[in-house]
Ligand binder design. Sequence first.
Ligand code: SF4
Length: 460
Amino acid sequence: MVGIVAPGRNVAHSCYDALYALQHRGQESAGMATFQNQQITVVKDNGLVSHVFAESTLRALAGSLVIGHTRYSTSGSANWTAAQPVYRSAGTSGFALAHNGNLTNTTALAESVGVLFTSMLSDSDLVAELLAREVDTGATLSEALALVLARVEGAFSMVILEADQVHAVRDPYGFRPLCLGRLGTLDAPEGWMVASESPALDVVGATFVREIAPGEMVSITKEGMTSRQLLEPAGEKQRLCIFEFVYFARPDAYLMGHQVHTTRRRMGELLALQSSVEADLVMGVPDSGVPAAEGYAKASGIPFGYGLVKNRYIGRTFISPDQSERTASVRRKLNPLRENIEGQRLIVVDDSIVRGTTTKALVGMLRDAGAREVHLRISSPPFMWPCYYGIDTPNRDELLAANHSISEMNEFIGSDSLEFITLANLRDAIQLSGECCDACLTGTYPAPIPVVISAAGSRW
Ligand code: SF4
């Protein structure tokens, strides 16, 4: 998500650049909402940022206030009607809302206002509906946000555009990242910006100021930025998703004061100290396995090398629940460097194992390319529990680690050995002084989870 207010500037192009930098966070749809001439204009569609926004579209999106979104669906429809920002006409004008995360009490929330959640396009659509109802009864949008978000459970970082301001708010646990940046300099300020990850600030020349705190709402107008604690934070410790460090965030992002790339290298170093094995080459599975592999090589003294080439133009849309299609999708996405692999004893570092089917296909591909041994090292502990806070995961009965011992997993995947980093070492690698959410590893969910667990499939 992105939000920019820069008086006197058209900000659609900056929003485009920032969304482009955040493409990894969602590849199903992209959208933008701008405000000009007392009117909010929303453009959104299925596809990547570069597909949705032609130059002519960006030129037509005039205005100095903008919010933007790339969608990764964890609930609701995956078709274009669920693309964001969501627009609602309310009171004398309207607003547009974009949301990262997943809400866990949608059924109860919908029932509280007499609607069926199944009639809504997504959890974000439901929040927009609840906000519009409050605004229609006379509340300002800020007041409506305080009233509605206090009743919402689960994970949400949101940006909301109304006539003359952009609001950015983070849930009381801070599950999903959100940071604040300044455009211009302290002496010559040009505006403010919020974004899911700090590299989105970098690409438009904004200066990182700080992360938005759990429960905080920042409001930006052409006069400047104000902040308030909209929601009581959930204790002193925040619960940023630990998988943002392991897998989800860009390596050049800063989270909780740490550059993600550095934490991934440390994961590899600690993994090497924890589980050594004789081998000729350490290689990472692109992308997030590579810095961890570099760390593993450094700590073990075994040479680091490249064994896989990734096609960077394959999106998640190609991934299918069908096993043969999964195997095919691994081959589309990754191709072995045969001369680096042939006859070698490999240590292969990857970020996680979910169903295990992708990893099994990968190990098969490396063996076909001539690997003598394949030792898997995973930079997250076994993934045992589903996520309800914004990462799309299968049901528990499909999670390999939830139903098998590590030696059974090793046998299923076809590797020569398999080791996972311990939770203590993962926390050390991130140098956590507080807490992260680690519910998918421990089963301890910091926020309430849905009573009825959806049987929907996953595209992890
Ligand atoms: S359950 Fe796992 S994936 Fe979901 S927010 Fe918590 S740490 Fe992240």
